[in-house]
Write a protein that binds this ligand. Structure first.
Ligand SMILES: NC(=O)c1ccc[n+]([C@@H]2O[C@H](COP(=O)([O-])OP(=O)(O)OC[C@H]3O[C@@H](n4cnc5c(N)ncnc54)[C@H](O)[C@@H]3O)[C@@H](O)[C@H]2O)c1
Length: 348
């Protein structure tokens, strides 16, 4: 049984409590933004409070770290784990720049440490089934991927969060925060390699009110459409928006069209895949129920544990995948600034 330390007790952090408890491993400690918040959550979940993330990571009583902090802390926490050789399960985006993510990947070249970035859609049963369908050739060669990831929680200018705060230096929001899930999933299931990208973005709510009452100019994008050309000649078009009324929570869907068939999957109806056939009615396929025994929300975390036990990264995205997403984000930003297509020249 591994002793797991969880850092950052916000929305995703609390979700991970459940995953850790159900994994059969021990929640051995938590660290929040202050000693006080660590104690509050430690009392709630009957575990040890750490004074700071640094104390938790360096504790000999912690074998594995889950990093659920806001993005500006990802680099420091992840690097400290890599330095100590502690397996690290990190939230996305892996870092805020390729300067940060390349340093992590370079560190892994010197010392192997199991490393996962939480692109969790990869573990969903439907996503696993879509991947198998594409690998089996059922769709033929892929011609087009169209995807959307929409939310409405940032519709009003009075909504404030660290993601919009220019002081935190998030260069990209719609793409880095939600779009990267859609891109990672699309590349994972199709196995396609991006050749070039074009990005159009907009800050639709240009001023937001801080809790202090001060109005702040927002720099990062609420909306973006990323077009992608793949090396096999296929095309991709992906739209992300955090101010789309009525798209409560996370509303992601993707349609993949091949030379034989297509398919459509919407995360909200996660157990259904719509098969699109030439000149024919759609066919609704229910996701293979047996996949729910082996895959699902826990799949990525299980892959991480298997990796620590000597297996492979399995369904999980690694830091190299996370580095690639940040590379694509930077390329997209260059495209948006220059209004030009940018070639992918990723060297790892
Ligand atoms: N994979 C996913 O599906 C998914 C979903 C949501 C969020 N996320 C990612 O998870 C991360 C956190 O997002 P969130 O929505 O939970 O944010 P959040 O603001 O709800 O939670 C972040 C938590 O970190 C705490 N924190 C701040 N500074 C800290 C410090 N120095 N030490 C320890 N804790 C500290 C905050 O108090 C807060 O409780 C982000 O990187 C985000 O991109 C991923």
């Amino acid at each position: 049984m591994y002793r797991i330390g969880l850092i950052g007790m916000g929305i995703i952090g609390q979700r991970y409590i459940d995953i850790v408890l159900k994994s059969g491993h021990q929640l051995a400690g938590v660290a929040g933004s202050s000693a006080h918040s660590s104690t509050v959550y430690a009392d709630l979940y009957d575990t040890k409070p750490f004074q700071s993330w640094n104390e938790l990571v360096n504790s000999p009583a912690i074998d594995i770290v889950i990093n659920n902090t806001p993005n500006h802390l990802h680099f420091d926490v992840n690097m400290e784990c890599l330095k100590l050789g502690k397996p690290i399960y990190a939230e996305k985006p892996l870092g805020r720049s390729t300067q940060e993510t390349r340093a992590m990947v370079d560190s892994l070249k010197k010392k192997h440490v199991p490393n996962v970035v939480n692109y969790n859609r990869r573990g969903f049963p439907a996503v696993q089934q879509i991947k198998s369908m594409i690998e089996s050739g059922e769709l033929g060669d892929i011609l087009l991927i169209r995807g959307n990831y929409l939310q409405d929680w940032l519709l009003f200018p009075q909504t404030w969060n660290w993601r919009v705060d220019p002081a935190n230096g998030e260069v990209s929001r719609a793409l880095a925060d939600i779009g990267s899930h859609l891109i990672d999933m699309s590349l994972f299931v199709t196995g396609l390699t991006p050749r070039s990208v074009f990005y159009e973005k907009q800050t639709l709510i240009p001023m937001r009110k801080k809790p202090s009452g001060e109005w702040i100019k927002i720099e990062n994008e609420d909306y973006g459409t990323l077009m992608m050309r793949f090396t096999n000649g296929a095309q991709g078009v992906f739209t992300f928006c955090q101010t789309s009324a009525g798209h409560i929570g996370s509303d992601m869907w993707v349609e993949i069209s091949g030379t034989r068939k297509g398919l459509l999957w919407r995360e909200r109806e996660e157990d259904k895949i719509i098969l699109k056939k030439y000149n024919d009615e759609d066919e609704v396929i229910l996701v293979d129920p047996s996949l729910y025994n082996t895959h699902g929300q826990f799949e990525v975390f299980k892959s991480f544990i298997d990796w620590i036990d000597g297996g492979t990264s399995g369904a999980a995205a690694t830091f190299t995948d996370g580095h690639f997403q940040v590379y694509l984000m930077e390329l997209a930003m260059q495209s948006a600034e220059t209004g030009t297509w940018q070639d992918v020249k990723f060297k790892g």
